[in-house]
Design a protein around this ligand. Structure first.
Ligand code: PLP
Length: 385
C-alpha cells in the first residue's frame, strides 16, 4: 500500500536540494562561526549567506533577521522579548493563535500583563472592529497570526499592523504557516516582527527566524555569548541555518508554480469531500486561505477515529486538536469559529504539499466516504435519516 502524506502543516520532508548543501557543515566544514580561522570563517560566510537568503525571501534587510531554534522560540522572543522592556501593561492577540503565541501570552499574563484575545468570525477572520476597540493607552503590542494552522484562514495583516501603529503599539505576526506558501513582503505588510520556521517549508526542524524591523528593540530571552547581535546567544546551528536559507529561496523561486497548483488541488479535494459525504462543514475562509489547507468537520464522529482509519488506509492527516499533542480537547480554533464541542470533535485537517497529486486526491475521495459511513454506523450520536 502506498502512503499519502496530507499533513504538511504539521511538518514537511526536507527537500533533497535543501539537505545537500547542509551536509558539509556537519563533518567537513564544522567550524564555529565565531572563530577567526578558516573553518570558522567558512561557517560565518555560510550563516551570513543564509541570512541574506531569508531576508530576500521576506523583502527584509539582512540585519533584520535573527535565527532561532524554530517558530516557537521566534514567537516567544517576539512577545516576551518585546514586552519585557516595558513595565507590565496591556497587549492583544487573536483567539486562534498557535500555542507558541497563546502560551507565551498566558505566561506574560501571569507576570502582570493584561491581555485581550480578539474573537474571529465563522470563517476564522479576526473581528477588526473588536481589535481596534481593544487598544488602550498602555497597549504595547498586538500579535495576530498571518495564517491559521488549523483552518488556514489568512488575516488582513497589513490593516491590523496599520491600526496597531495608529494606536501607538508594535505589531507581530506569526507567519510560520505562511512563509514559503504565499508571498510575504514585510515592508508592504508594515509589521515590526514576523516569525517563521524551517520545517514548514521543506527545511530542517529546530531552526527558524524572527524578522525584527530595524529600530525595534528586544530583550534577549537566552543570555550568553551575544550571538545574533546579542538577541539570541548560543553557537549557531550552522547546518540548520544553511538549510533554512536554501528552503526559503527555493520556496520563493517556485511559488508561482506551486501555489496555483496547490490551490486547485485543495479546491478539488474539498469539493470531492463535500459532494461525497453528507453533513460535512468546510472550515475556514473560501478564498483567503492557505493554498494547501482543506479543513472540515464531519458530524457525529470523532476526528481521531477518522484519522486512525485513514492511517490504516495509508493516508496521513491531522485532527483539529493535533497541535496539542495527545490532547483530545476540541481545538480552541474550531470552538472560536462558533462551532459546538460535539461538532468540533469531528474535525479533520488535510494539508497538501508540493509532492501531492490529483491521483492521491482521487484516492482519498474514494476511501473516505466508506470510512465515515462505517464510523457513523458505530456512533451513538448518529441516527440515519
Ligand atoms: N506557529 C504556528 C502557526 C505553527 O503552525 C507552528 C507549528 O506547528 C509553530 C508556530 C511552531 O513552530 P515550531 O514547530 O518551529 O516551533
Amino acid at each position: 500500500m502506498k502512503s499519502v502524506y496530507f499533513d504538511h502543516a504539521a511538518t514537511t520532508p526536507v527537500d533533497p536540494r535543501v539537505l545537500e548543501p547542509m551536509l558539509p557543515f556537519f563533518c567537513e566544514r564544522y567550524g564555529n562561526p565565531s572563530e577567526l580561522h578558516r573553518l570558522g570563517r567558512e561557517a560565518r560566510t555560510a550563516v551570513e549567506q543564509a541570512r541574506a537568503q531569508v531576508a530576500a525571501g521576506l523583502g527584509a534587510g539582512e540585519k533584520e533577521i535573527v535565527f532561532t531554534a524554530g517558530g516557537t522560540e521566534a514567537d516567544n522572543l517576539a512577545l516576551s522579548g518585546y514586552l519585557q522592556r516595558f513595565e507590565p501593561g496591556h497587549f492583544i492577540i487573536s483567539a486562534i493563535e498557535h500555542p507558541a503565541v497563546m502560551e507565551a501570552a498566558r505566561a506574560l499574563n501571569r507576570l502582570g500583563w493584561a491581555v485581550d484575545f480578539i474573537p474571529v468570525d465563522g470563517d476564522g477572520v479576526i473581528d477588526v472592529d473588536a481589535y481596534e476597540q481593544a487598544f488602550r493607552d498602555d497597549t504595547r503590542l498586538a500579535s495576530v497570526m498571518y495564517a491559521n494552522n488549523v483552518v488556514g484562514t489568512i488575516q488582513p495583516v497589513a490593516e491590523l499592523a496599520r491600526i496597531a501603529h495608529e494606536k501607538g503599539a508594535a505589531f507581530h505576526t506569526d507567519a510560520v504557516q505562511a512563509v514559503g506558501s504565499v508571498p510575504i513582503d514585510v515592508g508592504a505588510l508594515g509589521v515590526d516582527m514576523l516569525s517563521l520556521s524551517g520545517h514548514k517549508l521543506y527545511g530542517p526542524k529546530g531552526i527558524g527566524a524572527l524578522y525584527v524591523k530595524r529600530g525595534t528593540r528586544l530583550t534577549p530571552l537566552i543570555h550568553g555569548g551575544g550571538h545574533e547581535r546579542r538577541l539570541r546567544s548560543g553557537t549557531e546551528n550552522v547546518p540548520g541555518i544553511v538549510g533554512l536559507g536554501v528552503a526559503v529561496e527555493l520556496a520563493q523561486a517556485e511559488m508561482a508554480e506551486t501555489r496555483p497548483r496547490l490551490e486547485a488541488l485543495r479546491d478539488y479535494l474539498a469539493r470531492g469531500v463535500l459532494e461525497n459525504v453528507p453533513e460535512v462543514r468546510y472550515l475556514g475562509h473560501a478564498t483567503e486561505r492557505l493554498p494547501g489547507n482543506v479543513s472540515f468537520t464531519v458530524r457525529y464522529i470523532e476526528g481521531e477515529s477518522m484519522l486512525l482509519q485513514l492511517d490504516v488506509h495509508g493516508f496521513m492527516v491531522s485532527s483539529g486538536s493535533a497541535c496539542a499533542s495527545g490532547s483530545l480537547e476540541p481545538s480552541h480554533v474550531i470552538l472560536a469559529l462558533g462551532l459546538g464541542a460535539e461538532e468540533a470533535h469531528g474535525s479533520l485537517r488535510l494539508s497538501l504539499g508540493r509532492e501531492n497529486t490529483k491521483a492521491e486526491a482521487d484516492a482519498f475521495i474514494e476511501v473516505f466516504p466508506p470510512i465515515v459511513d462505517k464510523l457513523r454506523q458505530m456512533s451513538p450520536l448518529y441516527v440515519k435519516g
